[in-house]
Design a protein around this ligand. Sequence first.
Ligand code: ADP
Length: 476
Amino acid sequence: MKILFVTSEVHPLIKTGGLADVSGALPAALQTLGEDVRLLVPGYTQVLDKLENKRTVAAFSVFPGQPEVKLLSAKMPDTEVPVYVLDAPQYFCRVAGPYQYELGGDWPDNAMRFGMLSKVAAMLGSAASPLAWRADILHCNDWQSGLAPAYLHLGGGVHAKSVMTIHNMAFQGNFDRDWLGPLDLPQSCFDMHGVEFHGYLSFLKAGLHYADRIVTVSPTYAQEIQTTEMGYGMQGLLTVRNGDVSGILNGIDDKEWDPATDRYLTAHFDSSDLAPKAAGKRALQQRLGLEEQARAPLLGVVSRLTYQKGLDMLLECLPKLLDGGAQLALLGSGEDDLERRFGQLALRYPGRVSVTVKFDEGLSHQIMAGADIFLMPSRFEPCGLNQMYGMRYGTPPVVRRTGGLADSVDDASLPDGTGFVFDEPTPAALYRTVAAAIDCYRDLPKFQRIQLNGMRRDVGWRVSAQRYIDLYRKIE
Ligand code: ADP
């Protein structure tokens, strides 16, 4: 099968969160299983800088009145997966993030930027393709490529089938209806049974309405988004399309995230010998200015700092945990209020709390390896990858039983327990569970059993990539 994997971020070219990790690893796994899979990504400056040996393979106009764009072809670093880059410098070569400018606001022309990405994806899956290669399957990811199934449908003729994966229902890409014209969409599709969502043009709604199949990134989240509480207004549509919705748990890139070979670590370890993990902890404490106490339970957090991630609950119960001897190493950025409050905590507990507000790939690996317990108290979590990285690095996660966290972590009370799971989204419940994890940490044989269960769990992509292939075949 010829599969075009359309994504707005991909590791190691550009990353703001888990979507980039999935876009780096899943196509590579599909390729290993024998599929002709290619990526389509926007030509951000970072992407153009990092990709070598780019060739221009087409130049064409996407929307009436817009300047010509180019399609470049290259291979992904490391994996050699072919990648097409939508080279439209006017839209993608900008300082700051892929979706937002430096002060945190969305780029005002995001509808045009990602409408263009979606339209080019649809062209590559139809007779309008400027290439000899034409996709059988368009695999779209999140709202940024949500219009692609709509363009396929509206273009008519023979075209690719489409799969829409939802990585986070909270991000919908809702824009003013005035964008219909510039995006070359007919007024007739601005309807409940089309791209309209409460008076807005919604990219995600378009994907959910027009795609042949809808996937979300864990079986539990696939159920949750069909409820009023977690459907963000899309639950009705999803319930109607229930037969086309499935949940496929993300895997992790187990080469990139392997404590035995990790390029960011100096002390490597695996499940046959955990001892070097202690050196990683010491190195982390030194790097972050934490007191070098070998047996102080070191709690790790690597996260976007947003309401979703539940870290405000951690702020409330942390003083008690710190007073009990714990340390905290936090890496993350996001909402001003959370950044400020964690910063204040670090000032209040010098040597016990380290807060790093930036995006730092290397430090994220070092925290995963050097911490004793990883914290992920999310209010909701479509899949989550960090809990799986924690398990693989012998750093059992504390998670709330929601979405992919519920599907990937088994509580320590179970024979194959890999972490510590709580239900209520309250500081008290979080506190009790972290305290229980710390008690367990002090009981070495018991804790090691949890560590080893996690490290030995198969959380790679092979099984889930095969599930995607089975799904493509059903609709091909
Ligand atoms: P989400 O996609 O909701 O942000 P995930 O757990 O699925 O959450 O994936 C987050 C990814 O982003 C992980 O690879 C994590 O290590 C990384 N990450 C998040 N914040 C940072 C940061 N400040 N620095 C480095 N990596 C980060």
